[in-house]
Ligand binder design. Sequence first.
Ligand SMILES: Cc1cc2nc3c(=O)[nH]c(=O)nc-3n(C[C@H](O)[C@H](O)[C@H](O)COP(=O)(O)OP(=O)(O)OC[C@H]3O[C@@H](n4cnc5c(N)ncnc54)[C@H](O)[C@@H]3O)c2cc1C
Length: 409
Amino acid sequence: MTNAKRKVLVAGAGIGGLAAALALLRSGFDCEVHEQATELREVGAGLWLSVNGTRIFQELGLEAELRAASIAADARLVRLWNSGEEMPLYRHGDSAATHQPFLLLRAHLLKILVDAVRREKPDAIHLNARCTGFRQDDDGAWLLRQDGSEIRGDVVIGADGVHSRIRDQVFGPVPSHYTNAIAWRGLVPMDRLSPHQRAHVVATWVGPNAHVTVYPVRWQGTDLLTFSGQVEHAGWQGESWSEKGAKADCLQDFAGWHADIVEMITAVDTLHKWGLFVRDPLPHWSEGRVTLVGDACHSMVPYLGQGVNMAVEDAWVLARCLGAAPGDPVAALSRYEAARRERTARVAAGAAAMQTVFHNQALARPETAMDYVRAQWSPAANAARYDWIYRYDAISEPLPAAALAGAAA
Ligand SMILES: Cc1cc2nc3c(=O)[nH]c(=O)nc-3n(C[C@H](O)[C@H](O)[C@H](O)COP(=O)(O)OP(=O)(O)OC[C@H]3O[C@@H](n4cnc5c(N)ncnc54)[C@H](O)[C@@H]3O)c2cc1C
């Protein structure tokens, strides 16, 4: 039987689900994506694709579209929360700038993926299709939808995000732990800001109990600054990306911060806030013909900017594993999770560990603050923190051999 006759059903048209669908369609599989939303509209937010993620977009032939949608930063800075004193991690043209990320809006990345999926298969994406679970037997797997319909395929992928229904069916509710920090997020048209704030710079402002990351993105010819501020707060409950927050509360959270930060918050139209939670690594991701990708299996705090990149890596490796053993999806899925679980757990742990780096009492005192920044963001510290993440090449990374036992490839 050829790949073309194998059908993969994906729950969730987020970045992970769409990247998986695209990689699978390109490998000759049939694929359908079932998304709960009634339209593919996005809450405004920026993201960065680092080199480990962009490699995959290059392989998918989407680099030119990505470049057109992105802004390349001229510099990356760490800045002090109160004085604004700065330390450059790189400036344009430095050798360290080879890890320069693509900065763009989630909405833009989703559109690039949606268009690419529809070019492969115009009716691949089904909207208003909330998935409630799955069932499977030796011959196939079914995606169950809230409208009562059951879609038959060979494999089911749960790409349904942090509150995954597919994951819940395998494991039951997975406990999450609040990290004592919330995130604020907003977009500001650049022309509302003072001229010195309009530079194409990625800046991470670090303070004793909070940090803020700002960078430029572009939408329909307008440059915007994306603002993402993480603040320590005890006893938060919500883990929703779309909850709105009051500007006065955000200003209160950043009381005493530099005038640039206050200007940004004041200029935002809509602020979103959500609690930052972590989950312990899952003991496994797959059950027979069913597996998970992205936040469904390894949600992480955004402190290394890797949530999206890990979802895209998962998608590519999953397509490789299924492509290598189309006749034995159970073995292919177990090979996939063997290839991915350790790396994603390490990235998630690394991201969680950054909280005490970004938020540190040494930053409260002017006499220790810059020494702390120079030590924490020295070239050696940056290399230890990021190089192993960026070096990973999902396209050529050898796949674990052992899990192929039993595969009919
Ligand atoms: C609005 C939003 C803003 C984000 N902002 C940031 C950020 O600023 N920084 C950061 O590091 N990470 C952020 N993330 C997380 C980051 O984007 C994820 O780590 C990454 O996109 C992983 O993608 P995913 O496809 O696994 O999950 P998601 O992007 O969450 O996509 C899951 C998709 O599944 C759909 N879905 C959910 N349940 C069902 C169901 N039962 N049936 C059918 N469809 C379902 C959802 O509607 C969604 O389209 C954000 C996520 C969202 C959704």
